[in-house]
Design a protein around this ligand. Structure first.
Ligand code: FAD
Length: 422
């Protein structure tokens, strides 16, 4: 949330550099729009990028009624995704459950301008009409929880896109899974706030030479649309598993383990490095989001909703559809999720995607001196090695809080029990 308002603040500066003024109003929807209409009676039209699910959808419906009462023509658009939730349907007109057939239709469908919804009018907004009282927003910003230092704004978003295309797009397919390589676009927070349009990203990438990297990247953009579509067709998915068979999983929900996970103190270096990356920067690499979400739900048997809410608190790119979708994927409760019996082994994931351990070293400095081979399982260091590498296990860095081998079996049993009970 804080990140969103920081982005608005940056936008405010950007438009002021262009000689315009952006005024921000906040408060009760009805009061604000009434006040605005009272102050500016010549206000006749409003242009809105509409939400398709959950809180945003309800808010837009309420706003629609208010505009009608005030005699204001509302022009709605769907412009946050390449294709809105209702656009890509099966031939039978139902929502897709699996990504690949969805993607096949998504990629074939012509990419056009934003889809206009609900209202039509040719009237153009004549002036910039805003409330005069702008100090309140500054006070509001000052009161927000601090967020990690990070760049916002359209300029930064375009710089990132250009740099990604030049340096990383071609090799994206192979490099995207390695956190240390930093080979992904980092565009998520800019897409979330609309600092860059999804159409700009799509068109610029598609204008590049066709490579495996390009195809994979475009597929990731389609995942973003896919999860939006899933959220719109399962409005209760923040609280309810999509796969009903897993409604009755008996979560362990151990508070101490949850705290260790949040703080990056689990004794599993790759999990700890990832959680510290999240806490320190407000962003986490996709491979690590999968590893930490799998670890929380399968190794600790903690309810995926707890993890989803923690990510919501911390992520500067928090997007309800993608976050809930990602969590339900990892917890095997979602549509097209990872099968419940295919559980990530955090150690082998670490050996595979951070072979030399340099990502771990970056965020877990206690393990700085441990060799590449031993860094993935520091609990196996001998006393002599612990002294040599200046890390005493259990004192400077925790012992693993669980046994992966045992917990794996328990998780599978818990999922199977729920399946049988349903
Ligand atoms: P890139 O690899 O450069 O991808 C380009 C863009 O494609 C991203 O910016 C994003 O908009 C989209 N994208 C990529 N992967 C996915 C995906 N798996 N699902 C949906 N869209 C994707 N993404 C969010 O934007 N907000 C979230 O709150 C969020 N929570 C997640 C939680 C979990 C448990 C998991 C497993 C994934 C989550 N993701 C989320 C998806 C993904 O991890 C991020 O979009 C990605 O890491 C952002 O980095 P990037 O911009 O460098 O991605």
């Amino acid at each position: 949330m804080s990140a969103f308002f920081k982005s608005v603040e940056t936008f405010q500066k950007e438009v002021s550099n262009e000689g315009a003024r952006l005024q921000i109003a906040y408060g009760d929807l009805q009061d604000i729009f009434k006040k605005l209409k009272d102050e500016v009676p010549e206000w006749t039209d409003i242009y809105v990028n509409r939400d398709e699910s959950s809180f945003g959808l309800e808010r837009d419906k309420e706003a629609g009624k208010i505009f009608q009462e005030l005699g204001i023509t509302a022009h709605g658009f769907h412009d946050h995704y390449m294709h809105s939730a209702q656009e890509i349907k099966t031939n039978g007109g139902t929502a897709y459950k699996v990504f690949t057939p969805y993607y096949n239709k998504w990629i074939e469908r012509q990419k056009s301008d934003p889809v206009r919804v609900d209202f039509s009018s040719d009237t153009i907004l004549k002036e910039q009409l805003f409330l005069k009282d702008n100090d309140k927003f500054q006070n509001f910003l000052n009161e927000l929880a601090p967020i990690p230092v990070t760049e916002f704004g359209t300029k930064e978003a375009h710089r990132l896109l250009d740099s990604f295309i030049e340096n990383d797009l071609k090799a994206y397919k192979e490099a995207r899974d390695f956190p240390l390589k930093d080979a992904t676009s980092r565009l998520s927070k800019h897409l979330r706030t609309g600092e860059i349009s999804i159409r700009t990203v799509f068109n610029k990438v598609m204008s590049q030479e066709e490579t495996k990297g390009r195809t994979t990247f475009i597929q990731e953009l389609a995942w973003r649309d896919f999860y939006n579509m899933i959220y719109a067709s399962h409005p209760d998915q923040k609280d309810a598993p999509i796969k009903k068979a897993f409604t009755k999983v008996e979560w362990d929900n151990n508070e101490e383990n949850f705290k260790a996970w949040k703080e990056g103190e689990t004794g599993f270096p790759i999990v700890d490095a990832a959680m510290r990356q999240l806490n320190e920067t407000g962003w986490m690499h996709n491979r690590l989001r999968m590893i930490t979400a799998s670890f929380l739900t399968k190794d600790l048997l903690i309810d995926w909703r707890w993890g989803e809410k923690y990510f919501q608190e911390k992520l500067i790119d928090y997007d309800p559809a993608s976050n809930i979708g990602g969590w339900q994927w990892a917890a095997s409760t979602g549509t097209d999720g990872v099968p419940y019996f295919r559980i990530f082994n955090p150690t082998t994931q670490s050996e595979r995607f951070d072979k030399q351990g340099d990502f771990i070293r970056k965020f877990v400095p206690e393990l700085n001196k441990v060799t590449d081979k031993k860094i993935h399982q520091p609990e196996k260091l001998t006393e002599k090695e612990q002294k040599e590498y200046k890390v005493i296990i259990g004192k400077d860095y925790p012992e693993p809080i669980v046994s992966h081998k045992n917990k794996r079996k328990l998780a599978i049993a818990a999922y199977e029990k729920s399946k049988k009970a349903m």
